[in-house]
Write a new protein. Sequence first.
Length: 598
Amino acid sequence: MSMDYVVQETHSEHNLFNRFLPFDIVVKIISYLDQPDCLACTKVCRGWYLTIPQYAQGPWSKLEISPNDKSVQDLLTNKRWQQFLGGHVKHIVLQDFDNEQQLFQVIQKLIDLNCTETEHLGEEKVGERGSNNDDDSDSNDVHSTVNSSPISLTPIPLNHMTHLTQLYFETPLDIEHGLVPILQRSPQLEFLSVGSVDDDSNTISILDLKQLFIWCPKLIYLEINPKHLKEKYRETCIQKLINDNYSSSSRNNKNASTVEKEKKRGLCYFLVCEKDGFGPKQIGPFLHQHADTLEFLALCDLSSQHQVHSWVPVFQTLRLPKLHTLDCDGTQYTDESIRSLVSRAPRLEKLTLDADHDIHLNLAKLLKAALQLQFLRLGQLYLNYYDDQDDKNNNNLSQQPSSPITQLYQQLDLYGCQLCDIFFRYVISVNDEILDGIAQLSRLESLTIHFTIKNVYTDAGLTGFLQKLGGTRIKTLKLLFIRELTIPMLSALADLQFLEAFETCGKLFLSLTVDGPGLVKILETSTTLNSVHLQYLHLTNIDNHMYGEDENRAMSFLRKQLKGYKVTNWAISNIYNDITLQRKILDKGKERYSFCFI
């Protein structure tokens, strides 16, 4: 284990330890203690009271301070607590502060205790995750004050904190008096995440993005108004990824640090929510300035008038040679402009397009422009399939052995389309043709489709689609809000040689009709299918006399028929079944269950 902190032997009290153990062993042992253990050690004797803080710099390199526990009181009044602090504190997180004056007081105290070499300073709202203390009078106020008014840190002498490399504030900062003074004194800053306006406001204080890089030329990661985006990317742990890659601890390895910084020079990650008065006109020039280094770009439109913020001119001219992830959420663009953009992003692997207004997209053309794409998520878009009006007027395409749409996707596969993960969230106009086209992509491994009432697929089309998926590498399949699972559909699922997990459900408050014996047969036939999740389930062709007539008969039937599976009903009421089937696996003589997604 490599040590992050080296303690100099300058006090005679060290002999309390060195009499029995070498100095480096003592430091290593104490490094495994947590903060409460360190505090407890200081109560043993006066010698330990004076010495332990000098050994225990590692456990105290990170502080989490919140008014919801005793940490604020300890920081301000507890001398044992205070003596563990100093220049070795590199990471400070301030949680759930809704009292501006208290926040000022805490930061001032940290500076008074010589915590001036801090590299990571953050303020966040953890809400219900943050407090278990019922006696704390402030804890009940936290949940109602997450959307605080902009705060100013002017009274804090932040000119002492010149080592900051990471800074994030969920509470909106006043631009002129709060944020700018910090940035002007943070030339080493690499990670910045800041909300410059309350999400409930219709106005915004605009941060001068050009000036930002004069103050902070080493920025690698930038989030502006990130609240919505943080929620969206919570599962992907984008912030954890960045913190791991660019944390202060990683810089202790100087050789690795030098190489990494050479690779990551310039802005690589940019996530921004546009609002009224802050859109393409302000953000576009900034994107062009950093286009050569951007690897991750997320644009979200929270403005009240989408048509005012058109990204078409920017998308038609922007070139992103290193971009691997692009997310456009609610932004205004056209089919041609987004296709033009992805064609000039040769390394693009992940593309997310979510819309809350009318956007029509020609999927085949989009994929042709980005054959290297591996992940595609579309939300609430309209899919167009036709290249010209003649094809559109042909009403018999779906009856042809191989329609022009199917041929387009076959060509995409031959051209080397790398798409392996598709997610359709309430995409409009998913019909038999688009399903048939998707089934032509031989590298497909994961597919999720949330069908809508506007989807016009047929049962025959869905059956044919499942059968043709046999030509792919599909491992995970989720088809939500479908009408029924027929015996031919179940048979097609059983024939998928790579399928490991399947999930489906009926339309909301409507039962998903599934043939009981057919379901049992596919689970007995398939050698790869490990987990099945069925919501709003109604099993048919079950002997009511043997298994009962209430909703529990599905459970009784499945448990009796499927000895090799664990059957669980997750329903919170008797209105519908929410059943999960997990294959039993013998592992060294012990029974365990396959992983199940929900």
